[in-house]
Design a binder for this molecule. Structure first.
Ligand code: FES
Length: 573
C-alpha cells in the first residue's frame, strides 16, 4: 500500500527512519498500514469489559487484511464510579485519541467504546483525528433493571428493603457490558451505527457473544480497507448522516445526552447540529421503537426486529404519510460503516411491523414529537425536553418555582417531609451546567419532593442547566442555556416566581418583569470554586454551552484544515 501517513516515520534511510523501524519492526520491515486500537478498557469500567476479548478479534482481522494492529490506552470513562460525572472527561478522552494519532505513525483507527462517554469521546476523537476509523462497541450486558422507577417506588414506601436488595443482586448479575435500556450507551451505539462509524449490525449485540467477536474481526479488516480507500470520518459523517442520526434519536426515544454529543460532533465537522435544526427534524418523528425507557422492551430485542436497517425503513415510511411536509423521513444515500449506502441494507431488512418492537410510521408507539427544543425568556439559547418520557398533562403548565442550588441543597430539601410545596411546583435545579459543576452532571431529574410523593404525585415540571440519565423519565427541561453559572436567566429565578412551560409553542418562560430581573442581575455573583486545579480548571476555562455540544473552544474545528491532518515533523526525540 503506498502513500501511507506512517511512511513519514518509516521511509528513508537516515538514522531517524532506522530508529523508527527498530521501534516498530512489523511496520519497519515493509508491513502494511498501522492501525491503532484505542483501548478504553479498565477495571473501573465494567461496561467496557467485553472489549478485552473483542480487541483480540479486531487485531486478528487487521492482521488478516494486511495491517499492523497497535494498541494504545485511552482514559476509560465509566458512568458507575466517576464523580461528579464522566462527562467532565469526555473531551479529555477525545483529545487523547486525537493526540495519539497526531504524534504517532497511525494510518487508521479502531476506537473502542461502550459506556456512555467512551462512545461519545470515540466519535469526537475519531472525527478530529481525521484518519480512517470505525468504533468497536463493547455490547450490552445480559439484562438490566429500571433503577430510577424503582427508586421512586422506594421513596413512596412501596419497595421494602428485601426488594431493594434483590434489585441490587439483579444488577450485579447482569454481567459485563452496557446498560440494556435505550439509555445513553444504547442510544449512542445505535447512532454510531446510523452515522456509519461502526459496522452495521452492531446495535443491541451481547458483548460476550460470538456474533460480537465476528463483528470485531470484520471491523479490523474494514478499517484496513478504509485506509486503502482513504475514507475518513468526515467523508462518512455528512449532514445527511447527522440528520439521519438526529431523526433516529427521536424515533427510539433515546437519551437527551445524545443531543449534546451530536452537537459536539457537528461542531468538529462543520455541520449544523443546532437545536433549531434538530427541532425542525424532530417535529414529525413519532416513537417507532417500543424500547425502554419509553417503551416495553430492552435494546436486546432490536437485532431480532431488524435493527438499524428496519428502523431506517420505518423512518423512510414517514415520507409516504398523508399531510407530511417535512421532506424525506431519512436519507438512505448516507453510508453505513461497511461503505454501502443504507439503501442497500434497508432493501434486505425485515419490514417494520404494526405492533412489534420496530413500528411502521403509520402505527407508531407514540405520536410525534418525542423530543423538542425550547427557547424563551428562561432559556434564550435553548433547552431540550424529551416528550416521550414526559407526562402529557404537564406539557403546558404554569407553576411556582422551587429553586435548588446544587446537589446537596436538592437532596436536603426534597427529602424533607415538612417541605412546604404546592402540587403544581416547578423545580429549578441550577448551577450544574458545563461550567457550573463543572462537567454538567446528571442531576437534572430532581426527585419528586417527599411531601408530594406521599400525596401520590409522580411527576412535576423540572427545569435545569444539567443533564439527566438516558434511562430517566419525567417532564424535565434540560441543558438550559446560558447556564446559571455564566449569568443566564436561570441564575435570577427565586422561589415562587411563576414559570410557564408550553411545549406545543416550544417555549419556556420566566414570568417575571424584565426590569425586576435586571435589578436582580445587578447584585448577582457567580459561585466561586477556588479549589479547582488541573483538568477541571482547564475544562471550566474553555468549555462551551450545551447547545454547541459542551465542547472545548480549542477542540471545535468547523474547517477541515483545523482537524489533525497536520503531519508531525519527523525527528529524533
Ligand atoms: Fe455504563 Fe450504562 S453505566 S453503559
Amino acid at each position: 500500500m503506498s502513500g501511507l501517513r506512517s511512511d513519514r516515520w518509516f521511509a528513508g534511510d537516515d538514522e531517524v527512519a532506522v530508529l523508527h523501524r527498530v521501534a516498530l519492526p512489523a511496520r519497519g520491515s515493509g508491513g502494511g498500514p498501522v492501525i491503532g486500537i484505542a483501548d478504553t478498557t479498565s477495571d473501573l469500567n465494567p461496561c467496557n469489559a467485553p472489549l478485552a476479548g473483542l480487541m483480540v478479534a479486531a487485531a486478528r482481522g487487521i492482521r488478516a487484511a494486511g495491517g499492523i494492529p497497535v494498541r494504545f490506552p485511552v482514559m476509560s470513562l465509566g458512568e458507575d464510579l466517576m464523580k461528579p460525572t464522566a462527562m467532565l472527561y469526555r473531551n479529555l478522552a477525545a483529545m487523547q485519541i486525537e493526540e495519539q494519532v497526531r504524534s504517532n505513525p497511525i494510518d487508521g483507527l479502531v476506537v473502542t467504546g461502550g459506556c456512555d462517554k467512551t462512545v461519545a469521546a470515540g466519535l469526537l476523537g475519531a472525527a478530529s483525528a481525521d484518519v480512517p476509523a470505525l468504533l468497536l462497541l463493547s455490547g450490552r450486558a445480559r439484562w438490566g433493571t429500571d433503577l430510577w422507577r424503582a427508586l421512586e417506588e422506594r421513596r413512596a414506601g412501596r419497595l421494602d428493603d428485601d426488594a431493594w436488595h434483590e434489585l441490587e443482586a439483579c444488577l450485579t448479575c447482569a454481567g459485563p457490558g452496557t446498560c440494556t435500556t435505550m439509555g445513553t450507551a444504547s442510544t449512542l451505539a445505535l447512532l454510531t451505527e446510523v452515522l456509519g462509524l461502526c459496522l452495521p449490525g452492531s446495535t443491541g449485540l451481547a458483548g460476550a457473544g460470538p456474533a460480537a467477536a465476528q463483528l470485531a474481526e470484520r471491523t479490523g479488516a474494514r478499517v484496513v480497507a478504509m485506509v486503502e480507500a482513504g475514507t475518513r470520518p468526515a467523508d462518512v459523517v455528512t449532514q445527511a448522516a447527522l440528520d439521519n442520526a438526529l431523526r433516529a434519536l427521536a424515533a427510539v426515544g433515546g437519551s437527551t445526552n445524545a443531543v449534546i454529543h451530536l452537537a459536539a460532533l457537528a461542531g468538529r465537522l462543520g455541520l449544523d447540529g443546532s437545536l433549531a435544526h434538530a427541532d425542525a427534524l424532530w417535529r414529525d418523528v413519532p416513537l417507532l421503537a417500543d424500547v425502554e425507557p419509553c417503551g416495553r422492551y430492552l435494546a436486546a430485542a432490536l437485532p431480532e426486529a431488524g435493527g438499524v436497517p428496519t428502523l431506517l425503513a420505518a423512518l423512510a415510511g414517514l415520507a409516504g404519510l398523508a399531510g407530511r411536509t417535512a421532506g424525506p423521513g431519512v436519507d438512505l444515500t448516507a453510508l453505513a460503516g461497511d461503505g454501502l449506502p443504507w439503501r442497500q441494507h434497508v432493501a434486505l431488512a425485515p419490514a417494520p411491523s404494526t405492533d412489534g418492537v420496530l413500528r411502521t410510521a403509520a402505527h407508531p408507539v407514540a405520536p410525534a414529537p418525542t423530543m423538542v427544543a425550547l427557547t424563551g425568556s428562561l432559556a434564550p439559547d435553548g433547552c431540550v425536553l424529551k416528550v416521550a418520557a414526559a407526562s402529557p398533562d404537564l406539557l403546558q403548565h404554569t407553576g411556582p418555582a422551587l429553586v435548588l442550588d446544587d446537589y446537596e441543597d436538592m437532596r436536603a430539601r426534597l427529602d424533607d417531609p415538612d417541605l412546604a410545596v404546592d402540587d403544581d411546583v416547578v423545580l429549578v435545579v441550577r448551577g450544574i451546567g458545563p461550567v457550573g459543576a463543572p462537567g454538567m452532571p446528571e442531576w437534572g431529574m430532581a426527585p419528586i419532593p417527599a411531601p408530594l410523593v406521599r400525596r401520590g404525585v409522580r411527576d412535576v415540571v423540572r427545569v435545569s442547566d444539567g443533564r439527566m440519565s438516558g434511562t430517566s423519565f419525567g417532564t424535565v427541561a434540560l441543558h438550559v442555556a446560558p447556564e446559571a453559572q455564566v449569568g443566564g436567566p436561570l441564575a435570577h429565578v427565586r422561589d415562587g416566581d411563576p414559570i410557564r412551560l408550553d411545549v406545543p409553542a416550544r417555549r419556556l418562560d420566566l414570568l417575571v418583569d424584565p426590569a425586576e430581573l435586571a435589578r436582580r442581575a445587578e447584585t448577582w455573583q457567580p459561585a466561586t470554586a477556588a479549589d479547582l486545579r488541573g483538568w477541571p480548571l482547564l475544562y471550566r476555562q474553555h468549555v462551551g454551552q450545551a447547545p454547541t455540544g459542551a465542547d472545548l473552544d480549542v477542540l471545535a474545528a468547523p474547517r477541515p484544515e483545523q482537524r489533525v491532518r497536520v503531519e508531525p515533523t519527523v525527528g529524533r526525540s
